[in-house]
Design a protein around this ligand. Structure first.
Ligand code: ADP
Length: 540
């Protein structure tokens, strides 16, 4: 039996292992999904950060490049600047002085690919926007050329100065040849270009000084910078002027030039793409789970089937072990009795009147023993499908009487009465050994599960084209629930009266098998008022 157990444990262990592996795969899959979605989010955030940083850098760069500080010497002489947190503009460029760009110039510049506003304010916008938006050398080249065209038409030295600034600040963007080309062009138009250039450095320094002053001071203030007066209002709009300069009427120009250029440049979080990616990952996860589940289901079913089989086999194992113990014990009882009585007889010291009784006991016990051994043998053959019967015409009435006779002494010993209603002369084609085994088993049970001064009635008659054997007792009866299973192997009632009696649970299953082999049926019903009635019908 132990090898059976281990052979069961191996597939069971395997099934458990499969289930564990699947569970582990589920968990891993879940973890993988989480890691993947988290990773996607991190990657998206990283890219978002990169984009933000890039934009910021771009913005700062453009702010810097949008910083228009330099004025013509003439404007510098006027010492007038528009100042705010980010910007310093020469006053005339900030709209403090009125100087409209002629329509003709503007339209020409426009034709040359340059957007130009029809006012003086257009110039700083033009410059700032050109710098801010010109990312390519070619682009820059085009815009500078446009500016030169503008100068050609306008013949305004201030514009020349703008171009110079343009050339100076983002020099990294232009090749030396390009700078020289523009410089020579400017020199042709402006004989005083060198002077303008030298002033430009002074202006740059002043601008830096102003920027620092404004940046460290918040709110309205007025201070002296160099030998100039810097006046900043609450709205951060400021003026720089010589102490003797008459401000007169001024108009505020829009501030934050280059920053305004970026107002439309919002950072768009790639949320939609992120959601899409997460959705894809989750869908893959669900798909993997579906596959896992379709594996898990059969595995679970296999597991359940194996567990059920194991359970059944274990029960069977227990029943068989008990069966062997019971049968061994049961065999030992009649054997001991036979041996005891035979030994007493052998010693010859027994009073004569008791000798017959001893012989009877030996005979009865031998018959009981035979009945039991026959049951075990038949059952074993049944299990191996080797049970055979040899039907022959038999005097059934006589056969039943003979088997009943063998019980008389036992019944008397138990204080019970055996009533007989056996019709005479009933003949049938049966296996006599098998039939008497059936009668034996039924009478044996009737005696076992009755006890006390009860009556057992055995009957045999002819009816419905066959013969019917009945064994009725007044014993403990059989619960309705148990009746359908009573003929199955090893089935015994849980009733204390049953478990108190020794039994192996094979008597009725052997009786049913033998009956069926003789084309008969066996049934059980309640007896009135108590007990059970077993009926065996065999067709003629
Ligand atoms: P055993 O008697 O060895 O237990 P059987 O196969 O002969 O095995 O009977 C199976 C079970 O049927 C018994 O254990 C008992 O519970 C029940 N049974 C059989 N015959 C009777 C009876 N005449 N009265 C009450 N219960 C019975």
């Amino acid at each position: 039996m132990s090898s059976g157990k281990s052979s069961i444990t191996i597939p069971f262990g395997l099934a458990v292992l499969i289930a564990l592996l699947i569970a582990a795969a589920f968990l891993l899959n879940l973890r993988h999904c989480r890691t993947a979605t988290d990773g996607a989010e991190l990657a998206a955030l990283k890219s978002l950060d990169q984009r933000r940083a890039h934009l910021l850098r771009k913005m700062e760069d453009k702010e810097e490049r949008g910083f228009a500080l330099i004025d013509t010497p003439k404007a510098f002489e006027a010492n007038l600047f528009k100042i705010d947190q980010q910007h310093f503009l020469p006053a005339h460029l900030a709209g403090i002085t009125n100087h409209d760009v002629p329509e003709e110039t503007a339209s020409l510049a426009f034709q040359k690919g340059v957007s130009l506003l029809p006012s003086t304010n257009a110039v700083p916008y033009f410059v700032t926007a050109s710098r801010a938006l010109a990312d390519e050398n070619a682009d820059m080249y085009q815009k500078i050329s446009a500016m030169l065209n503008l100068i050609e038409f306008e013949q305004d030295p201030r514009l020349a100065a703008q171009v110079l600034i343009f050339l100076e600040l983002p020099t990294a963007r232009l090749s030396e040849a390009q700078i020289n080309f523009f410089r020579s062009m400017l020199q042709d138009s402006f004989p005083n270009l060198n002077e303008i250039e030298s002033r430009q450095h002074e202006l740059l320094e002043l601008g830096e000084q102003l920027r620092k002053t404004v940046n460290i001071r918040k709110g309205a203030f007025r201070t002296r910078v160099d030998d100039l007066i810097l006046s900043v209002r609450d709205d951060e709009y400021g003026l720089l002027y010589a102490p003797d300069f008459d401000l007169g009427e001024t108009t505020a120009a829009p501030s934050g030039l280059s920053r305004e250029l970026f107002q439309g440049a919002h950072i768009t979080a790639p949320q939609e793409a992120l959601d899409q990616e997460k959705l894809q990952i989750t869908q893959q996860f669900h798909m993997a789970n579906l596959i896992l589940f379709s594996c898990a289901l059969p595995a679970a079913l296999l597991l359940c089937a194996l567990a059920a089989t194991l359970n059944r086999l274990r029960k069977l194992d227990a029943v068989r072990t008990e069966f062997i113990a019971t049968v061994s014990h049961e065999l030992r009882t009649p054997l001991s009795l036979i041996r005891l009585h035979a030994e007493t007889l052998k010693h010859g010291r027994l009073p004569k009147d008791k000798i017959a009784g001893y012989h009877q006991i030996i005979l009865t016990e031998a018959e009981r023993l035979t009945g039991m051994v026959n049951n075990v043998l038949d059952f074993s053959r049944m299990e191996r499908d080797q049970l055979q019967i040899h039907p022959e015409p038999t005097d059934l009435s006589n056969l039943v009487h003979q088997t009943a006779d063998s019980f008389e002494d036992r019944l008397a010993h138990e204080g019970m009465v055996l009533e007989r209603g056996i019709e005479d002369g009933i003949e049938a084609v049966v296996d006599p050994l098998a039939y008497s085994q059936i009668v034996f088993n039924l009478l044996d049970n009737a005696v076992k599960y009755s006890g006390g001064s009860k009556t057992v009635r055995i009957g045999l008659d002819v009816s419905d084209g066959g013969n019917t054997l009945s064994v009725a007792d007044q014993g403990i009866g059989i619960p309705d629930k148990l009746k359908p299973r009573i003929f199955d192997d090893f089935v015994r009632s849980n009733d204390r009266n049953v478990s108190a009696r020794r039994g192996s649970g094979i008597g009725l299953s052997v009786a049913r098998k033998l009956t069926q082999m003789m084309n008969g049926t066996i049934q059980v019903a309640d007896n009135e008022p108590d007990g059970s009635v077993f009926t065996v019908r065999i067709k003629s």
